[in-house]
Design a protein around this ligand. Structure first.
Ligand SMILES: Cc1cc2nc3c(=O)[nH]c(=O)nc-3n(C[C@H](O)[C@H](O)[C@H](O)COP(=O)(O)OP(=O)(O)OC[C@H]3O[C@@H](n4cnc5c(N)ncnc54)[C@H](O)[C@@H]3O)c2cc1C
Ligand code: FES
Length: 256
């Protein structure tokens, strides 16, 4: 698939280092699907949709920094929407997100609420200045917030907020965020793993299921085409939360 040319219509600063780019096309993605964004002359990187025509980027390195430096009227190449997104199931859903991982979940929550589902959100941030999309979630229903430094909501990691909720009440749980935060949540409620849909990250190159860069040991799940949303019971005995492969294919630690 060759990239199409998209132009940036608007740029919104959400938090230090995090910006939302609104594009000139509604590509009709499912929440949880992603696009490969080609910053010409530099790199092509995966980003989830945070709305039908938007992506939300945290600047962590060269490509994401270049994306967050783009202005209105500038253009990028885009392949997508790609991969398998979230499936809306059941009547009562719980969203659990951390950091910039809340971006695809805000999009999901809005579609689920529109479809008549009852939405509860548990959101974890490092501190109160990082609380992106809080109002989007609060408009959907009950929202519990945790911050690592205690500057807002419950003090602690997002799993500390699980105690404020009765997990058995929910038909389906949707999870996205830093890998160790997701692993912490999955480990704490592993008996519920079959009803957790987790949007996960691996190093993507082809994004077409061919190169093997994103495969998860030991099953070989190709995250770029079979995911990035994977049911958590398939992650329990995998490399997820233990190690991940980088650009060279070598194993490295999981972060976050
Ligand atoms: C399915 C998916 C959806 C994502 N959605 C978002 C999003 O909505 N918002 C957001 O800010 N980030 C998202 N990311 C992460 C984003 O792709 C990386 O932060 C970005 O590629 C970093 O590139 P860099 O050059 O800025 O940083 P680098 O310094 O190159 O890398 C920083 C980190 O990003 C990882 N990374 C770099 N290139 C890739 C790549 N091609 N594939 C996967 N990981 C990579 C590296 O392993 C490293 O851990 C997503 C990743 C995946 C796989
Ligand atoms: S990125 Fe090439 S197979 Fe997934």
């Amino acid at each position: 698939m060759r990239p199409i040319d998209v132009t940036i219509l608007d740029v919104v600063s959400e938090a230090p280092q995090i910006k939302t780019l609104r594009l000139d096309r509604d590509l009709d993605p499912y929440p949880g699907q992603y696009a490969m964004l080609w910053i010409r002359g530099l790199d092509e990187v995966p980003m989830s949709f945070s709305g039908p025509d938007s992506i939300t980027v945290q600047s962590v390195g060269e490509a994401s920094e270049a994306l967050t430096s783009l202005g209105i009227g500038e253009s990028i190449g885009l392949r997508g929407p790609l991969g398998r997104g979230f499936t809306i199931l059941g009547e009562r859903i719980l969203i659990i997100g951390g950091g910039v991982g809340v971006a695809p979940l805000a999009f999901l929550g809005e579609q689920a609420a529109e479809a008549g589902r009852e939405v509860t959100s548990l959101l974890g941030y490092r501190c109160c200045s990082d609380m992106i999309f809080l109002e989007r979630f609060q408009r959907l229903g009950r929202t519990v917030v945790t911050t690592d430094d205690g500057s807002s909501g419950i003090c602690g990691r997002v799993s500390a907020g699980l105690e404020a909720l009765d997990i058995d009440e929910y038909d389906q749980i949707y999870l996205c965020g830093p890998e160790m935060m997701m692993w912490d949540v999955i480990s704490k409620i592993r008996e519920q793993a079959e009803k957790i849909q987790a949007c996960i990250n691996r190093y993507f190159k082809c994004a077409a299921g061919i190169c093997g860069s994103c495969c998860l040991d030991p099953e070989g799940i190709r995250v770029c085409v079979e995911g990035p949303v994977i049911r958590a019971d398939r992650l329990l005995e995998s490399e997820f939360g233990r190690y991940r492969r980088g650009p060279t294919g070598g194993k490295g630690p999981c972060r976050g």
